[in-house]
Each structure stands twice: as structure tokens, then as C-alpha cells.
Design a protein around this ligand. Structure first.
Ligand SMILES: [Zn+2]
Length: 457
């Protein structure tokens, strides 16, 4: 029944129940034939959308004729939902100041709501289904030009309570419904791709703890030299590096400190492995929150096969194929300049040469991701600091905005959860593995979920 004809020019009666209503109310307005011209699903900016998302505010723009002063009653149905969503919104003139309005001015009602994953009968479902909005133009029961929204809302509540909306049409046929139109749109969950860094080429373990070479102290506290007058050096690990080296910011000069190479002490916890275990723990937590999650690789250890034949851009392809809304790359930082022994900390990265808006979005996500990150050592005497100065890099392939090989996810960020080349960060990361991977995963998820709530609009 599209654009149901008016039953006549006589003022229709409308009976409402509930203690705020008199039993019968006569509407005083003479009603023309109202029409719903178009229904358009759109975003907050009014731009037409072709897919709705759970967790994202969705707008239905209802363009009407001869409906000014009436109300649009909207029922949104999805086969996957526990119940329909109903709402009511007044129809107003648009673009015209009230004192200049005429009968021919365009009219509209804008209906908005945020579909929630909790509405699903099966929260774990990944399937993409349609939501269908049925819009009914109904009389404002008081026949006033400005609809009394509160009363109308109460009507909606009554309908909901008595489940009358399920057969709204039968119930109200020829009575208060003046027009009807239906529009559908597919709806899906938020799609998150987690990229446990590295493993994109053969043998790529990412970084790990390092060994350090440095001079040692003699009895007087100076650099120790042998009989030939040569400086005596020693190799230390993150566990054994003496404090007089580590605590001296000029140790490169004064103690000839330098990075020697990989420690080999990571023992199954190279960067590649830590970040994989963290990503694996994040996935079910995000799924529980109602999101769809994919990982860019499925193998933790170095293995033969496709996993090692990839390149970084294939991760962008993967993300694009999945239509990711979020792309989160997780890493552990490693520096290779000698002076970087003292550089520690966790931080986020974004691409330097992007458009300002892309940079802003990436930064905002980065801030959220590290917001709750606090990785302690076992006895809670030290933690990996969050580096607040903003890190950026010219070419982070997985965050690329390149038109052909770039990553199309709107929200993308790269997080370094600590710095392996720093002895203190290495000691924390390797000192309490089982606790750390769980807490880091929880903290990253907490920050990400908060970002979704606050910024996925
Ligand atoms: Zn890395």
C-alpha cells in the first residue's frame, strides 16, 4: 500500500490509550494526500550510503509532499534481530525559514538510530543481511502544525509494548496511516583486520633482544685498559648490561657502547611471535564485542609456504578484500643505531605524507590504542613508557594510501608495544611473557573498543 489515499477530507478520529490521553481526540486538520517521495539511507553528513554498520549511527532521510505537520512512523526490521526497531519523527519544511514557508516547499523528516549487535539473535553471525525500513506517515493526533513529539513517542511506546507495530497496517488501516514506503539496505558488523607484523618474507622474525658491547670499569671508575693500553670491552645482554653503562646517556662516547647484534635469548618470542600471540588473544575479545575480525597471517613461527612469500602490499590487498573498517598493525620496535640503546617505549605510528585528514584519523586511532597500554615487569617496579612525542615514518607500506596498492581501511594505525633493543624494555617483555601477552591484548582491545564507541561515526 504505497501512498495510501486519504479517506476523505473529514477530520479523522484517533483513539489513543494510556493515561495521558483522553479516549477520543478529534483532529482538526484538513488532510491532503500525503506522499513519501524518496527514502534515502545516509550518513551523518547526509551523504548516501550503500551499507549500514552495527555501531554506526545511521540516518534515513524521508522526503515527503503534503505531509508537513504530520509525523513519520518508522519500523526497521531485520530477520536477524530479536525485535523490530520503531521510532517516530516529525515532518518539517526544509531550507525555508518558518515565516516564508509555502505548500510547495520541500519537506523532510530525518530518522536516525544506531543498530546494535546486541539486537542480533545470534551475536556471532558474520552474515550480511538487509535491514528494511517501513515508513508510515501518520496524523499528528492533535492536528497541530508542530507535532507534539513526546505524545507521539508515547504512541510509539504503546505500539511497542503491545507489539501492535507488528501489524501496524491492519490495526490502523484507513485510519491514521496516510502513506507508506519501504527501503532496504545491507547491514554488516564492523570489520577489523589485525596485522601481526612481519613474516612477510622468508626468515623474517622481526626484531628481538640484542647484545651490547661496551668498555668496562677499572678500580678507579675509569675505562679499563690492558697492558698494551687497549680498551678492554665486554659483551653484555639486556640482563647483564651494567648500570654505569645503561644509566649514562653518553655511554656511546664514554663507554664505547654499541649494539652488537641479536641476543638469541628471545627463545620463541621474537617480535614476529609476540605480536602473533597478542593478535590471537585480541581476536576473540573483539568478536565477543560483536565485530568481525581477520588476521593477516595464520602462522606464528617461520614456516614454508605462502606466509613467507607475501609482501607487505599483499596485506593491504587482504584488508581491502575483507572491506576492513579498521587495520591495526602490531609490532615491537627495534633500533639499530648505537645511540638508540637508551631509546625505549611503546608508541603508535602514522604515515607522514598522507593527506591531513588521513593523518588526523590515524593519529586519533593511535592515541586510543596506546591509551590503556601499560606493560609492567613482574614485580611492578618498572613499565614500558608510552612515548608521547609523535612518531611518523615516510613509507609504512601497510598504512599506504596509494590508489592501487594502498590500504583502503579508513581507520589504520601501527602500534609498537615496546622497544626490544632497549635492555629495560627487553627485560620487561621477556620477563613475564604469559601475563604480558594477555594484558597487552586486553589493553589494546580496550582502547580500540573505546575508539569504535567514540569515533566510528
Ligand atoms: Zn616491526
Amino acid at each position: 500500500m504505497e501512498n495510501a489515499k486519504n479517506t476523505g477530507n473529514s477530520a479523522p478520529n484517533f483513539t489513543a490509550t494510556g493515561d495521558k490521553f483522553p479516549n477520543t481526540v478529534n483532529t482538526a486538520v484538513i488532510v491532503k494526500d500525503p506522499t513519501i517521495v524518496t527514502l534515502t539511507w545516509s550518513d551523518a553528513q547526509g551523504k548516501k550510503i550503500d551499507k549500514a554498520k552495527y555501531g554506526k549511527k545511521t540516518f534515513l532521510r524521508i522526503e515527503t509532499k503534503a505531509s508537513y505537520g504530520l509525523s513519520a512512523f518508522v519500523v526497521v526490521h531485520c530477520d536477524d534481530w530479536k525485535q523490530d526497531y520503531v521510532g517516530i519523527t516529525p515532518i518539517t519544511k526544509c531550507f525555508v525559514p518558518p515565516f516564508m514557508q509555502s505548500d510547495n516547499d520541500p519537506e523532510e523528516a530525518v530518522f536516525s538510530f544506531t543498530p546494535k549487535v546486541e539486537w542480533l539473535t545470534n551475536v556471532k553471525t558474520d552474515k550480511l543481511n538487509d535491514i528494511i525500513a517501513k515508513v508510515y506517515i501518520i496524523h499528528n493526533k492533535f492536528g497541530m502544525l508542530t507535532p507534539k513529539l513526546e505524545e507521539l513517542k508515547q504512541i510509539a511506546e504503546e505500539f511497542k509494548k503491545n507489539e501492535l507495530y507488528r501489524n501496524f497496517l491492519t490495526h490502523c488501516k484507513g485510519y491514521i496511516i496516510r502513506a507508506e514506503k519501504t527501503e532496504k539496505i545491507p547491514i554488516s558488523k564492523i570489520i577489523i583486520v589485525i596485522d601481526p607484523g612481519h613474516g612477510h618474507k622468508s626468515g623474517d622474525t622481526g626484531t628481538e633482544a640484542w647484545k651490547y658491547s661496551h668498555a668496562i670499569k677499572n678500580e678507579k671508575g675509569d675505562i679499563k685498559k690492558n697492558d698494551a693500553g687497549e680498551v678492554v670491552t665486554q659483551t653484555s645482554t639486556f640482563k647483564t648490561i651494567p648500570d654505569y653503562v645503561y644509566s649514562n646517556e653518553n655511554a656511546c662516547k664514554e663507554w664505547q657502547a654499541k649494539l652488537l647484534g641479536r641476543d638469541g635469548a628471545c627463545n620463541g618470542w621474537s617480535e614476529r611471535e609476540i605480536v602473533f600471540e597478542i593478535a590471537e588473544l585480541m581476536k576473540p575479545k573483539l568478536e565477543e564485542a560483536g565485530h568481525v575480525v581477520y588476521m593477516t597471517r595464520t602462522e606464528k613461527v617461520i614456516a614454508s609456504g605462502l606466509d613467507n612469500l607475501e609482501n607487505l602490499y599483499s596485506r593491504n590487498n587482504f584488508s581491502n578484500e575483507k572491506n576492513a573498517d579498521y587495520f591495526i598493525s602490531i609490532h615491537v620496535n627495534g633500533n639499530d643505531a648505537n645511540s638508540s640503546i637508551w631509546k625505549r617505549g611503546a608508541f603508535y605510528m602514522y604515515r607522514k605524507n598522507d593527506e591531513q585528514e588521513t593523518i588526523n584519523i590515524s593519529k586519533q586511532l593511535g592515541v586510543s590504542l596506546v591509551k590503556y597500554l601499560k606493560t609492567y615487569n613482574k614485580d611492578k617496579t618498572d613499565f614500558i613508557p608510552i612515548v608521547t612525542e609523535t612518531f611518523q615514518q615516510k613509507d609504512l607500506a601497510v598504512l599506504s594510501s596509494d590508489k592501487t596498492k594502498g590500504n583502503k581501511a579508513k581507520y589504520k594505525s601501527l602500534v609498537e608495544i615496546g622497544t626490544y633493543t632497549n635492555p629495560k624494555d627487553a627485560a620487561i617483555l621477556l620477563g613475564n611473557k604469559d601475563v604480558i601477552k594477555v594484558t597487552v591484548a586486553e589493553q589494546l582491545v580496550k582502547g580500540l573498543l573505546e575508539h569504535i564507541t567514540n569515533h566510528f561515526l
